[in-house]
Design a protein around this ligand. Structure first.
Ligand code: FES
Length: 175
């Protein structure tokens, strides 16, 4: 009887294709290969960093003669978010960003002011705040002249009235 049972057991073992050891060994290798594959993918992803290429803050804005004395040019407000203003002395650039919460004001020619549509702040043609919640004037941007005679605006360099920077070199182009 005992002999018959032993024979049965042996047959069972022989009939199975995969032993338990084979199964765990294979599972182990599979996990290892999966981990290796994933880490290779991750490494390959590192070779292509997610860089955000921003447009240059510097642009050319035509010739000084393109601007009329006493006028605010809205030519670059859509693309560059700046107004270019010419007075008797020269040309300066105002950044179209409300100093309250950052909306873009509109130039109202008939009222001769920049008016913010968000909370009603108003700024004079020169950029001084005079109504609404804006705590300070609009910012001015660096302006210079290229060798070819065109105006260059650099939006990365700002001039703040409250820091006494509106009179600094680069804040106005004397023409
Ligand atoms: S964002 Fe311009 S007034 Fe508030």
């Amino acid at each position: 009887m005992a002999e018959a049972k032993g024979k049965e057991k042996k047959e069972e073992v022989v009939d199975t294709i995969w032993s338990r050891r084979d199964f765990f060994s294979l599972a182990g290798w599979a996990s290892f290969m999966a981990a290796l594959g994933l880490s290779s993918l991750y490494f390959a992803r590192l070779l292509f960093p997610r860089v955000l290429f921003e447009p240059s803050p510097i642009f050319k804005a035509g010739y000084p003669s393109d601007y009329t004395v006493g006028a605010v040019s809205t030519k670059y407000i859509q693309d560059q978010r700046v107004w270019i203003v010419r007075d008797e002395e020269g040309i300066y650039v105002i950044y179209g960003l409300c100093t309250h919460l950052g909306c873009t004001p509109r130039w109202l020619n008939t009222e001769s002011k920049y008016k913010c549509p968000c909370h009603g702040s108003g700024f004079t043609k020169e950029g001084m705040h005079f109504e609404g919640p804006a705590p300070r004037p609009l910012e001015r941007l660096k302006i210079s002249l290229a060798p070819d005679g065109q105006i260059i605006v650099d939006k990365s360099k700002k001039f703040l009235w409250e820091k006494g920077q509106w009179g600094q070199p680069g804040s106005k182009l004397l023409v």
